[in-house]
Design a protein around this ligand. Structure first.
Ligand SMILES: O=c1ccn([C@@H]2O[C@H](COP(=O)(O)OP(=O)(O)O)[C@@H](O)[C@H]2O)c(=O)[nH]1
Ligand SMILES: O=C(O)[C@@H](COP(=O)(O)O)O[C@H]1O[C@H](CO)[C@@H](O)[C@H](O)[C@H]1O
Length: 323
């Protein structure tokens, strides 16, 4: 790593376990904190996550002001389970309906900015297992202690459950095989980010409302590149949260995710004038073994993004930001 990155890696990396909820609650200084969980068919796990956050960080210690679940076109009982656990629930298609309902995680996160009222927003995936509410405390630590920090990315060990056994490492497959090489090649300033695609991160609203949100799984890598451009490495931090277990998708599904990540990278390289524009969509052909032959399966991988929320009139009105 370059010497300047080593310096950032030393000064911009924090230990999540060093922060105490009680101490941070006393440091809020009038700032409101929202936790947002994007959830597509997460009835099996969203309730435990919401309950743990509410019990520990709302009821016991007033660190969080609201816990929001964005139901992202679920077909299971995600909304009911989340509401029963005490979350405020909003269905993605009901938010800014005039702007349509683009499928994808990034759309859920972007739309959450009109539901969340916090000055600081913490994003946590809803498929986590063995969730510890200290995750939220750790991410809030640098934001409530260091005014220069506007964006905090989590990092952790990533076990991999292959359906037979849980290995202590091996998770973060798209991170290791796609995101990390591309970031090192084209955005070496981000080479010190341990988990660039981590689904847990927190940021000041003043930053989140001024950057675009890629609508699908490209949201994390797009946001990392856009945040670097907006606040520089000195405005970014990462926090070690220990171990993170989540539902591990199949390689076939991660291949689709990887293509969204690569199309997002191409869109940012195009913005820098380095490559041709990324297509709005591209075919991905995959193969399934069926007896003595392979069956071809082709799907269209689409990439779209939403503009900075600050450009949306309805947001300006509801957030009291209309000039
Ligand atoms: O269209 C979508 C796809 C995913 N998600 C949520 O985004 C998080 C991360 O998605 P997923 O677990 O599929 O990605 P992975 O962590 O396996 O890479 C989870 O809480 C999903 O429920 C969502 O809200 N809308
Ligand atoms: O980091 C990764 O490689 C992928 C897949 O993780 P696993 O190989 O299933 O542990 O998971 C992340 O990437 C997605 C795309 O950015 C995020 O949306 C997920 O929150 C994150 O878990």
């Amino acid at each position: 790593m370059r010497e300047d990155l080593r310096r950032w890696f030393a000064s911009g990396s924090y230990q999540g376990s060093r922060y105490a909820a009680e101490q941070l609650a006393a440091q809020k200084d009038g700032q409101k904190v929202s936790v947002v969980l994007p959830a597509k068919n997460e009835a099996a796990t969203v309730g435990q996550i919401v309950s743990a956050l509410r019990t520990r960080l709302v009821d016991a210690v007033p660190l969080l002001d609201e816990i929001i679940v964005i139901d992202s076109n679920s077909t299971d009982a995600t909304s009911a389970v989340a509401a029963a656990a005490g979350a405020k629930v909003a269905r993605q298609e009901h938010i800014l309906p005039k702007l349509g309902n683009v499928p994808g995680k990034g759309e859920a996160l972007w739309k959450s900015l009109t539901v969340a009222t916090g000055d600081i927003v913490v994003f946590i995936d809803a498929d986590l297992h063995e969730f510890d509410p200290q995750f939220a405390v750790g991410m809030l630590g640098p934001l409530l202690s260091e005014p220069r920090v506007h964006f905090v990315k989590s990092c952790y060990d990533r076990p991999l459950n292959n359906g037979v056994t849980v290995m202590p490492a091996g998770g973060g497959r798209v991170t290791e095989l796609v995101a990390r090489p591309l970031l090192n090649l084209f955005w070496p300033e981000l080479a010190g980010i341990v988990q660039p695609l981590a689904g847990e991160y927190a940021a000041r609203r003043s930053l989140l409302e001024r950057i675009p949100f890629v609508s699908g799984y490209g949201v994390e890598i797009g946001m990392l590149i856009d945040v670097l451009e907006a606040v520089g490495l000195e405005g970014m931090a990462q926090v070690d949260l220990g171990v993170r277990c989540h539902r591990n998708a199949t390689d076939a599904d991660l291949s689709k995710m990887a293509m969204q990540v690569q199309l997002t990278v191409q869109s940012r390289l195009f913005r820098s004038g380095l490559v041709a524009a990324a297509p709005a969509s591209a075919p991905l052909t995959q193969f399934l073994r069926e007896g003595d032959r392979f069956i071809e399966e082709t799907c269209e991988i689409e990439i779209s993004e939403r503009p900075p929320m600050i450009e949306i009139p309805d947001y300006l009105l509801t957030a009291g930001k209309a000039s």
